[in-house]
Design a protein around this ligand. Structure first.
Ligand SMILES: [Zn+2]
Length: 252
C-alpha cells in the first residue's frame, strides 16, 4: 500500500515516530508521501525524508497558510523547487471554511503553483474545503493543458466526483469512507477503482475503529477493508490497483 498523504513529520509523532514507521511497514505500507504545509514545517519534513528512504516530500503552500506574507511563502516554495526535485506540488488549493479573508490571494497562490507544476511536469495534490466547485473551476484550464493530480481527502457527492473524473484527476480516499453517514460508499459505486488513491492524512481523519484518536499510516488497512466491501473484492486487489494508480500519477 502507498499512503499518498501523511504528515508523519509533525510534532504529534515526535515521541514515537520509529514505532509508527515500524507498524506501517508491518501493515504493508511500502511508500509514504509527505505533503508540505508552509515554511514552518519544511525542515521537519525534509529531515524525515532523509531518515526514511521510502518517504518522499512534496513542496507547496497550503491554502490555510496563505496570509499577509503569502508572497514570501511562495518565494520559499520556488527556492525549494529550484534546489532539488520533489514528488509533487502540494498540498495546494482553496479553503474557505476557516477564514475567507484571503480568498483572492488563495486563488492566486493556487494558480501560480499549478503553473509551476505544469512547467516542472509534476502532479499536484489538492486540499479543498467549502470550495469544491471553485477548486474544480480553477483546475479545469490547467487540466486542459495536461496537469495531473489528486483531490486529497475526497468526501463530496457523485456530481463533484464525476466532474473530477472528467478532469482526469484522482480521488484520495481515507478514513472518511469508514464513517457512518459519510455517504461516500454510495458515491464510490459510480467511481472506478482506477481513479482512487489511498491516504491517511495522518494525524487527522482517523478511520473507525480508532476515530477520534491520532491517525497513522498503518490504519490504511481499515480504509482498504472498507473499500474491498464497497467494490465487492478483496484487500489485495484494492492494494494492488491503488498502488499502481499512485505509481502512475507520482511516477514512483
Ligand atoms: Zn494534509
Amino acid at each position: 500500500m502507498i499512503d499518498t498523504h501523511t504528515h508523519l513529520y509533525l510534532s504529534q509523532f515526535d515521541q514515537d515516530r520509529q514505532a509508527v514507521m515500524d507498524r506501517a511497514a508491518a501493515a504493508g505500507v511500502t511508500v509514504m508521501l509527505l505533503p508540505a504545509i508552509d515554511q514552518s514545517t519544511t525542515a521537519a519534513m525534509l529531515g524525515m525524508e532523509t531518515r526514511y528512504p521510502n518517504c518522499h516530500a512534496m513542496m507547496g503552500l497550503h491554502p490555510c497558510s496563505v496570509n499577509a506574507d503569502w508572497e514570501e511563502e511562495l518565494k520559499h516554495v520556488a527556492q525549494q523547487m529550484a534546489a532539488r526535485k520533489f514528488i509533487a506540488i502540494g498540498e495546494i488549493g482553496l479553503d474557505f471554511y476557516w477564514d475567507k479573508t484571503f480568498m483572492a490571494e488563495q486563488l492566486q497562490a493556487f494558480e501560480r503553483q499549478m503553473d509551476w507544476a505544469l512547467q516542472a511536469n509534476l502532479p499536484i495534490v489538492i486540499h479543498t474545503r467549502s470550495a469544491m466547485q471553485e477548486t474544480i473551476d480553477a483546475v479545469r484550464p490547467f487540466a486542459a493543458k495536461g496537469l495531473k493530480g489528486v483531490f486529497h481527502c475526497f468526501g463530496d457527492g457523485p456530481a463533484m466526483a464525476s466532474q473530477i473524473l472528467d478532469l482526469g484527476f484522482y480521488l484520495g480516499i481515507g478514513g472518511v469512507v469508514t464513517y457512518k453517514n459519510s455517504g461516500l460508499d454510495e458515491t464510490l459505486r459510480q467511481v472506478p477503482l482506477s481513479a482512487l488513491l489511498l491516504e491517511t492524512d495522518a494525524p487527522y481523519l482517523t478511520p473507525v475503529p480508532y476515530r477520534g484518536k491520532r491517525n497513522e499510516s498503518s490504519y490504511l488497512t481499515y480504509v482498504v477493508a472498507k473499500l474491498a466491501e464497497i467494490y465487492g473484492t478483496d484487500a489485495s486487489e484494492i492494494d494492488s490497483t491503488t498502488t499502481a494508480n499512485a505509481c502512475r500519477l507520482f511516477q514512483i
